[in-house]
Design a binder for this molecule. Structure first.
Ligand SMILES: NC(=O)c1ccc[n+]([C@@H]2O[C@H](COP(=O)([O-])OP(=O)(O)OC[C@H]3O[C@@H](n4cnc5c(N)ncnc54)[C@H](O)[C@@H]3O)[C@@H](O)[C@H]2O)c1
Length: 248
């Protein structure tokens, strides 16, 4: 049976773990050739081993601005085209706001927001050649405030506005740009977030939902829909997948 993404090339960042890995595997399973980008070489090897379809890995630290257009160029020179850009790589850094160092703040913004912009800039000319699309991973943190997470929330709010702005800028072209805003998803992202040991229990209690965590594969399924031709009329959208968290 032909795959949904046969003949298409997808560049997926954060492909070395969690949601990015699930997306890379899902697209490869659907017939795409996936160019999986991550800073974590070991993680990329694991993703590669798990892939049933065509998956090429590329190590890059996307916090370095020049690494973003370089990753797109490497994808084009290796595979000749680009149909889907999945901006997925992200980090969490929590702190009492006065205690957030500039270094942590700058790295968070570089990975979560600057890289999304630089990758989109480099990818758009190639995406326009084949009526491609961009799917950005935002977060419930881009929609609601989260304690000890001002910088993370700023970065994800920026991802939502990047999505809407690019969608509108390219309304007269076939290019589509959408975002997914997951909430708690079963990955390791929070492991090194550094939530303060003395955080207020009442405030911390407001962070979670009542229905538990989503699995990365659920986010990947939504991503695959948005990246496919079935979503040809969907652009500028921000789809939550958050167990009702931002509805309340
Ligand atoms: N897990 C959640 O609860 C959740 C909720 C909402 C949004 N998100 C978002 O989903 C996306 C994926 O997160 P995840 O939960 O899969 O986390 P994860 O930690 O499992 O995976 C993130 C991946 O990004 C990579 N990465 C980090 N910094 C990088 C850099 N400088 N250059 C290249 N790659 C880098 C990591 O190596 C890792 O493989 C992120 O944008 C995150 O903000 C996650």
């Amino acid at each position: 049976m032909p795959g949904r993404f046969d003949g298409r090339v997808a560049l997926v960042t954060g492909a070395g773990a969690g949601i990015g890995r699930a997306i890379a595997l899902r697209l490869a399973d659907g017939g795409a050739t996936v160019f999986g980008v991550d800073v974590d070489h070991e993680g990329l090897v694991e993703t590669s081993k798990a892939a049933s379809g065509m998956l090429i890995t590329y190590r890059a630290d996307l916090a370095e601005a020049d690494a973003c257009p370089a990753a797109v160029s490497a994808c084009i020179s290796r595979l000749g085209r680009l149909d889907v850009l999945g901006n997925v790589a992200g980090i969490y850094a929590a702190a009492h706001t006065p205690e957030m160092s500039r270094e942590r703040y700058r790295r968070l913004m570089a990975v979560n927001l600057d890289a999304y912009f630089y990758l989109a800039q480099a990818a758009i000319p190639h995406l326009l050649e084949h009526g491609g699309n961009i799917v950005n991973i935002a977060s419930n943190a881009g929609i609601q405030g989260i304690p000890y997470s001002a910088a993370y929330c700023m970065s994800k709010g920026g991802v939502i506005q990047l999505t809407r702005s690019l969608a509108v800028e390219y309304l007269k072209s076939p290019l589509r740009v959408n975002a997914i805003a997951p909430a708690g998803t079963n990955t390791d992202i929070a492991a090194n977030a550094g939530f303060p040991a003395d955080m207020d229990a009442d405030l911390a209690g407001r962070m979670g939902g009542l229905r538990g965590l989503a699995e990365p594969e659920e986010v990947a399924a939504l991503f695959a829909f948005l990246a496919s031709d079935e979503a040809r009329s969907v652009t500028g959208a921000v789809y939550t997948i958050d167990n009702g968290l931002t509805a309340s």
